[in-house]
Design a protein around this ligand. Structure first.
Ligand SMILES: [Zn+2]
Length: 204
C-alpha cells in the first residue's frame, strides 16, 4: 500500500496559514512531536478520530488544520487516514507518539501508559460523520502490513476504551475520550482483518 510520509518534526515543510508545520513545532520549543519508547514490545493499535471542526467548521477534514492541532496541543499519532483513504505517516513506528494520554488497557491486560507499547492511527472524522469505506479499506491494509512486518497479531482498542471513565476514576486523566465512538464499525473492521490474515496464511 502507498503511504505518504510527513513527519512531525522541525523539517516538516507542509504549509498551513503561511507557516510550515516545522516552524510551528520549533516555536513550541520542541524538535519533534514524539519521543523514545521505554522498551518492550509494540503489540497494540489504538484507533482514533480527529477533525478540525472546532477551529475550522467549514473544512473539518483539512490536512493542514489537523496538523496545526497536533502542533498546538503537542500531540501526535503515527498515522492519519483521510476521507479518501490516503494514509500519511507522521511519526516513525519505533518512536512513541503522544496519542493516548493517561490510559489503561481493558481487563485483563490492565497495562497503563498505552502510548509506550502502541501504534496510534487517526481517521479523519467528526463525532457525526462516520467513516468512509475507503478509510476502512486503508485502515485494514495498514494494520495488515503492520502485523505482517512485526510477525504477530496485534490487539485493537479504541481511544474511548482505554481513556474513558475507568482511566478517569483511577486518576490517570481528567476527561474522558469518546473517539472513535459508536459509529466506528468494529465488527466490520474485525471481519476484514480476519479475511486479510486468512489470505496471508494461505499464501505462505
Ligand atoms: Zn483519540
Amino acid at each position: 500500500m502507498k503511504i505518504k510520509t510527513l513527519l512531525l518534526d522541525i523539517d516538516n515543510r507542509f504549509l498551513f496559514c503561511n507557516r510550515t508545520i516545522g516552524e510551528r513545532i520549533r516555536e513550541s520549543g520542541k524538535q519533534r512531536l514524539w519521543q523514545d519508547r521505554s522498551g518492550g514490545q509494540i503489540d497494540v493499535i489504538v484507533i482514533h478520530y480527529i477533525s478540525a471542526i472546532q477551529v475550522q467548521p467549514q473544512y473539518p477534514f483539512d490536512l493542514g488544520a489537523i496538523l496545526g492541532i497536533f502542533c498546538d496541543f503537542g500531540v501526535s499519532s503515527h498515522y492519519l487516514i483521510d476521507r479518501r483513504g490516503t494514509t500519511t505517516q507522521l511519526v516513525p513506528e519505533q518512536k512513541k507518539a503522544w496519542h493516548c494520554g493517561g490510559s489503561i488497557m481493558p481487563e485483563p491486560d490492565n497495562r497503563i501508559g498505552v502510548n509506550d507499547f502502541s501504534i496510534g492511527i487517526e481517521l479523519m472524522a467528526t463525532e457525526k460523520s462516520g467513516f468512509t469505506m475507503l478509510q476502512y479499506k486503508s485502515l485494514c491494509n495498514l494494520c495488515d502490513s503492520i502485523e505482517m512486518r512485526y510477525g504477530r497479531t496485534f490487539s485493537y482498542v479504541g481511544h474511548d476504551q482505554i481513556a474513558g471513565e475507568r482511566a478517569v476514576a483511577l486518576g490517570l486523566r481528567k476527561e474522558i475520550k469518546q473517539d472513535p465512538g459508536n459509529l466506528f464499525d468494529w465488527q466490520y473492521f474485525s471481519s476484514c482483518m480476519e479475511k486479510l490474515r486468512a489470505c496471508r496464511t494461505s499464501v505462505t
